[in-house]
Ligand binder design. Structure first.
Ligand SMILES: Nc1ncnc2c1ncn2[C@@H]1O[C@H](COP(=O)(O)OP(=O)(O)OP(=O)(O)O)[C@@H](O)[C@H]1O
Ligand SMILES: [Mg+2]
Length: 405
């Protein structure tokens, strides 16, 4: 336990070519990742992409086949989990049901500060040194309980707590070890929606207060977007993109990232490249041009908030038109998600974000004109990579998706 405080400023985490297979299944294909001291880094990605495996390798709960893990610049591959100065919080909380909240939080300290003998029930009553250690542990537990507002719950059993309270106990048990790195594997996924929003804020504040490194796993992209300094989006054992949340949202490197980040999911429409690299949507040229040979098939990605109802300003850039018919309005309270059908041969439909006021202007089954801002859409090549817009051709052009013919 010595040396923790001195190394507090050294809690970087470095992963080098981490590969892992379970039998014939390749789960991680050589992951490289550098996490800064004090950073909140989130791993996101679809179920089964290897997030838990990666975080368990950092914790030392799983051994990689090749590659190395460094914490604070020191290789930790030979270290057991409790020697790594990391603490892990699991989705399932993993609390001991027969123990009080106090004892649950104290577990890591009892394990590290007491000998086997001192933990025995009989020794408990007579040993003086044990009483001293206990006092120290009690003080540490009290300090953590105060930070997490658990003081009034210390004598309860886990079964007598709400989901959010249990999650705070699990956090407390991690905090009491005073780790340099917190590893959290979907810690909020067992909570109901409202509590999850609340705990999101609490975790972000806790991170700020403690100033230590957080590595956080979730497949909830809203959690990833709202809490993280950086997000690593994983798929099939690889990191597809690493960057600030806004970078993943505004400049997704690929269709997979664009589809995963953002809710509702980005609209994807089939398009082609015409003469001069101009992108053609349903046979009509947009203002957008890309460095791609004419005749190439591309995909146009349009965020739901880039669409709006109504005619484009006449004479305002290029026009593309295709038919859109309102299939369904989804009322989210503060806003609507409108689902449109398209008459195009391959396009199944588009979704659009709308204020309640603009949603009220359209009826289900009615035909409308949609417009979109080309500056807010992305073009992907046939391999799914995002293509840069050529010479400012993405700027501020409004395109109409004209009414049902
Ligand atoms: N102990 C194991 N033995 C065999 N296969 C495993 C083992 N642990 C994980 N896997 C497999 O490795 C792959 C990655 O699993 P992992 O738990 O890392 O995914 P994940 O990204 O955390 O998914 P989820 O979002 O569902 O939690 C999956 O295909 C899983 O079935
Ligand atoms: Mg997992």
């Amino acid at each position: 336990m010595h040396g923790q405080a001195e190394n507090r400023d050294m809690a970087t985490v470095g992963l080098q070519s981490i590969a892992k297979s379970f039998g014939a299944t390749k789960v991680l294909g050589g992951v490289d990742l550098s996490i800064a001291d004090g950073e909140f880094l989130t791993l996101v990605g679809p179920s089964g992409c290897g997030k838990s495996t990666l975080i368990r390798i950092i914790a030392g709960l799983e051994t990689q086949d090749s590659g190395s893990v460094a914490i604070g610049g020191l290789g930790v591959d030979h270290m057991r989990p409790h020697e790594r100065r990391v603490a892990m919080v699991f989705q399932s909380y993993a609390l001991y049901p027969h123990m009080s909240v106090r004892s649950n939080i104290a577990v890591p300290l009892t394990m590290s500060r007491m000998t086997m003998r001192q933990r025995l029930p009989l020794v408990r009553l007579m040993s003086r040194s044990r009483r001293e250690i206990m006092r120290g542990i009690d003080a540490d537990v009290a300090a953590v309980a105060a930070q997490l507002q658990l003081e009034h719950l210390l004598d309860r059993r886990p079964a007598q707590l709400s989901g959010g309270q249990r999650q705070r106990v699990a956090l407390g048990r991690a905090m009491v070890r005073n780790p340099d790195v917190f590893l959290m594997d979907e810690p909020l996924s067992n909570l109901d929606a409202k509590l999850r929003v609340h705990m999101r804020t609490e975790l972000a504040e806790l991170h700020k207060r403690l100033g230590v490194t957080f590595i956080y796993v979730t497949h909830d992209q809203i959690e990833a977007m709202t809490m993280s300094d950086r997000v690593a989006m994983m798929d099939a054992g690889e990191i597809l993109q690493l960057g600030k949340p806004s970078e993943l949202y505004d400049l997704p490197a690929s269709i997979k990232v664009a589809q995963f980040i953002g809710s509702p999911a980005i609209n994807l429409l089939p398009a082609t490249v015409g003469p001069g690299g101009r992108v053609e949507l349903f046979g009509r040229p947009l203002a957008r041009a890309v460095e791609e040979p004419a005749g190439s098939a591309v995909t146009l990605g349009i965020r739901a908030e880039a669409l709006s109802i109504g005619q484009a300003d006449p004479g305002h850039g290029a026009r593309a038109s295709f038919s859109a018919r309102l299939r369904r309005k989804e009322n989210l309270g503060s806003e609507f998600i409108l689902h449109f059908d398209l008459a195009g041969p391959d396009a199944s439909g588009v979704t659009m974000r709308a204020t309640p006021a603009s949603a009220a202007l359209v009826q289900e089954s009615s035909e409308v004109t949609l417009t979109f801002d080309e500056g807010l859409c992305h073009v992907f090549n046939s391999a799914g990579r995002r293509l840069e817009a050529r010479d400012g051709s993405s700027r501020n052009t409004i395109v109409s998706l004209k009414a049902w013919p």
